[in-house]
Ligand binder design. Structure first.
Ligand code: HSE
Length: 436
């Protein structure tokens, strides 16, 4: 039988890894796929730049569209990233009847609905395991392994850069900006690191996971994102004193009112396994009705780790080449006509408990004012910690953990607390999840 010919668009970190993993494990891969798989063509931006893989058997070009239009190529592997040229190339590949493998989370989160519809029309597959949590096979786990379950919620550490920063801040008492510079130097961060620290990268990945978990169309525009750039050393320390760790979590939950889709710093009890996922590692915790909680842990980025997911997708496509398109695993786990329009809940309607840190003047009655405002909004305090001022008459931090309350009431309370004369700066609010 003829080999399956693959064209790779982009030979950067993941592209080189894909070439390397495929050639290193060729025997196992061929045995699993049942066919020889050959990367015959690859596209790079600059033909003069060096690649981290052997391209001696690959025809390399700087014209990616040429590969997409090559009738010999059956599978296009898009590893360029972004939603510009990558969107054009993937759309054209589908139009040309080619299967697509991509690691491009933004492309799927923003244009997946349209691309999947096009792919279905053409009877081709778009595989995107590498777009979420790098090498962790989380798409496959949810779409196939958990297919018998009703998924209740999922929570993930799905940005390695953010997790590295928070881990260093906690373990080495380093400042946010200092650690971010190191993460950039180590090559973990996105080209625009605000995508990492402001939660946009995680929201792309969460949007994809939520669709697969709950059978809803991709709705990145409705995801709530809050970054970690305002997390200070003192919050990391107080959270620790209260038995919590701060993690940048992507959370999606199905509630009676709708689906929560939110990325924000979160306090998690330190004893939870996921609270101990440190450095650049990723993890996703899924609560499902039949199996209960399952936790998936591994490398969320990196050359070979992400290539592991890319190559697995290529193998899946090769195995299914002869199957009727109607009988393949659906892109978003549910058949396209079984997707529901369950609404995404606005963050103001989300119910959680909170960590609050207020800097106040050390005066009689301040605490009474704060607790009165909270009580008026129906917010019950679970724990309170007040520190002595560093200098007599100085500013004191008051830290409170609250019981669950709907976010709009907490917003109202925070506005009123910040308006108090004795309160010096913005109230720091971090949502708490017990993940129990
Ligand atoms: N910048 C991403 C991260 C890379 O830090 O996790 C993988 O998507």
């Amino acid at each position: 039988m003829q080999s399956v010919k693959v064209g790779v668009l982009g030979l950067g970190t993941v592209g080189s890894g894909t070439v390397n993993v495929l050639s290193r494990n060729l025997q196992e891969i061929t045995g699993r796929a049942g066919r020889d798989i050959e990367i015959t063509r690859a596209a790079v931006r600059d033909l003069a730049s060096k690649t981290a893989c052997d391209t001696s058997n690959i025809a390399v070009t700087d014209n990616a569209m040429d590969i997409v239009n090559d009738p010999e190529i059956q599978i296009i592997v898009e590893l360029i990233g972004g939603t510009g040229i990558a969107f054009e190339l993937v759309s054209k590949a589908i139009e040309n009847g080619k299967h697509v493998v991509t690691a491009n989370k933004a492309l799927i989160a923003l244009h997946g609905n349209e691309l999947f519809a096009k792919a279905q029309e053409k009877g081709v597959t778009i595989a995107f395991e590498a777009a979420v949590a790098g090498g962790i096979p989380i798409i496959k786990a949810m779409r196939e392994g958990l297919a018998a379950n009703r998924i209740e919620w999922l929570a993930g550490i799905i940005n390695g850069t953010g997790n590295f920063i928070l881990t260093e801040m906690r373990d080495k008492e380093r400042d946010f900006s200092d650690v971010l510079e190191e993460a950039q130097a180590l090559g973990y961060a996105e080209a625009d690191p605000t995508f990492d620290v402001e939660g946009i990268d995680a929201a792309h990945k969460l949007t994809i996971m939520a669709s697969i978990a709950f059978g809803i169309p991709l709705q990145f525009d409705k995801a709530f994102t809050e970054g970690i750039s305002l997390i200070s050393q003192e919050d990391v320390k107080y959270a620790g004193e209260l038995g919590y760790r701060i993690k940048h979590l992507g959370i999606s939950k199905k509630t009676d009112k709708g689906i929560e889709l939110r990325v924000h710093p979160t306090l998690i009890p330190h004893r939870r396994l996921i609270a101990n996922v440190d450095g650049v590692m990723n993890a996703v915790l899924i609560q499902a009705d039949a199996v209960g909680p399952t936790l998936y842990y591994g490398a969320g980025a990196g050359s070979d780790a992400t290539a592991s997911a890319v190559v697995a997708d290529i193998i899946d496509i090769v195995r299914a080449l002869t199957t009727d398109p109607e009988n393949r695993v659906p892109h978003l786990a549910f058949q396209p006509d079984a997707l529901t329009d369950t609404p995404i809940l606005p963050i103001s309607e989300v119910v959680t408990s909170y960590y609050l840190r207020v800097h106040t003047e050390d005066k009689p009655g301040v605490l009474a004012d704060i607790t009165r405002i909270l009580a008026e909004q129906g917010i019950s305090i679970e724990a309170i910690l007040q520190k002595e001022p560093e200098v007599a008459g100085g500013i004191i931090p008051v830290i409170m953990l609250t019981q669950e309350i709907v976010e709009k009431n907490m917003d109202a309370a925070i506005t009123q607390i910040e308006a108090l004369q004795s309160v010096n700066d913005s109230v720091m609010r971090i949502r708490i999840e017990s993940l129990g």
